[in-house]
Design a protein around this ligand. Sequence first.
Ligand code: EPU
Length: 417
Amino acid sequence: MQKLVIYGGKPLSGEISISGAKNAALPALCASLLTNDTLTLRNVPDLKDVTTMLNLLKQMGVTILTNDQSEMELSAADLTNPTAPYEMVKTMRAAILVLGPLLAHKGEAIISLPGGCAIGLRPVDQHIKGLQAMGAEIIIEHGYIHAKAKKLIGTRIVMDIVTVTGTENLMMAACLASGLTILENAAREPEIIDLAQCLIKMGAKIEGAGTDVITIQGVKALHGCTHDVMPDRIETGTFLTAVTASGGEIHLKGAQAGTLDAVIDKLLEAGAIINSGKNWIHLTMNLPPKSVSLRTAPYPAFPTDMQAQFMALNSVANGTAIITETIFENRFMHVQELKRMNAEITVEGNTAIVHGIPRLDGAGVMATDLRASASLVIAGLIAQGETIIDRIYHLDRGYERIEQKLAQLGAQIARIN
Ligand code: EPU
C-alpha cells in the first residue's frame, strides 16, 4: 500500500493549475447515458473515482475514446447492460448517478444500494422517492434497486433534504420525461449549474439551476455536445487552506473564486490576503493564522468537503475554534489522527473544539476518507519533522497529482510503497 512522506514546517510558495472538478465530472460522465450521440468532455481530472466511473460505464456497453489525458468521447448508443454491480458501487457512491439517466433513456436500471460509508449512513431515499413520483416502478431486493419506467412523467417534487447527487439524478431523469418537472428544495452547488449547462448544450430545457427551484421541460431526445468540466473548488480550497496554515504565497491558475465565497471569507478571517480574477486566485500569508469557527451547511454556506482541512488549519491557529458539522454524522475521523500529531481537539456530538497550538509534531497517521486525507496532508506540511500518511488511496480518489503540485510549491513530499 502506498504512503506519503512529508517533512513539514516550511512555508509554501509558487504557482499551480487547478484540475477539473471531481464532483462535476462524475455526473457529466453519467449524462452520456441520456443520448445515443457522442458526448465530448474536456478538463476531466485523472482521478481514481473517474476511472471507477469509466469502468462502470464501459461494463454497461458505453464506448469511451480518450483523446488526450483530460478529453474523452462517450457514446451510449450500444448500451446493453443497464446494471451497476455492488463491487463498483461500494467503492464509489457516486455510481448512483447512473440511475436517473438509465431509467429515463433506457427504461430500466438495476443499481446496487450503496450501503453506509466512512462519513455517514448516506441513504438514497430522495433519489428513489423522486423517480417514483415521476412514475417509475421501483423494487428493492437482494441489495439492488430494480427500476423500470416506459416513460417518466414530469411532476412537482419537493425534496425532504437538500441532496447534491439526488438533485443531479432527478434533473437528468426529468430531461427526457414527458411534461414539466419542478424540483423544489433543490441543492444549489456550482456542480449542479455545471451539469445543467452540459445538459442544456445537449438540448435539455432547464431553468433555475443554482437556485432551490429547478424546472425542467422534458424533450423527446438529447443530442451530443462538447462540455468543459468546471475547475475543482474543493481542490482550490484545499491548496488555499494549506498555504494559509503554512505561510507563504500561492497563485492558482484556472481557479474560480466565485464558487467558494464562504471558504475565502474564512481564510480572510484567518489573516490571509487574497486577490482574484476571472480564472485565478492569489493568496499571501505573512502572519500566524487566527482561529476561525465554522458550521458546514449546503451551498452557498461553508462546504462539508472543506471542514477537515480547516480542522488542520485551526490546530495551529491563535485562539480557539468551534467547528460544527451538519451534513454528515461521522465526519470527524481525522480528529483522532490530528491528535496523534499533538493537536488539541475535543469532540462533543457534531461539534469539535480546537485549541490552536504553536506547532504540530510529525507522526505516522492513517487516512480514513478523501477529505480527512487532505487534512492530514496539510497537518504534515505544517508539522515539525516527518509525517507518514498511510492509506493514501483515499487521496487519489479526489486529488490529481497532489504530491507533484505540492512539490511545485516547495513542499518536501514523496510517495513510497
Ligand atoms: N441524504 C439523505 N437521503 C438521500 C440523499 C442524501 O438522507 O436520498 C442525506 C445524506 O445522508 C447527507 C445529506 O443528505 O446527510 C447530504 O448528502 P448529499 O446527497 O448532498 O451528498 P452526496 O450527493 O452523496 C455530494 C458530494 C460529496 C459532498 C456532498 C455534500 C458528489 C459525487 N459527492 O455527495 O462529496 O460531501 O455532496 O456536499 O458530488 C467528496 O467529494 O469528498 C464528497 C464526499
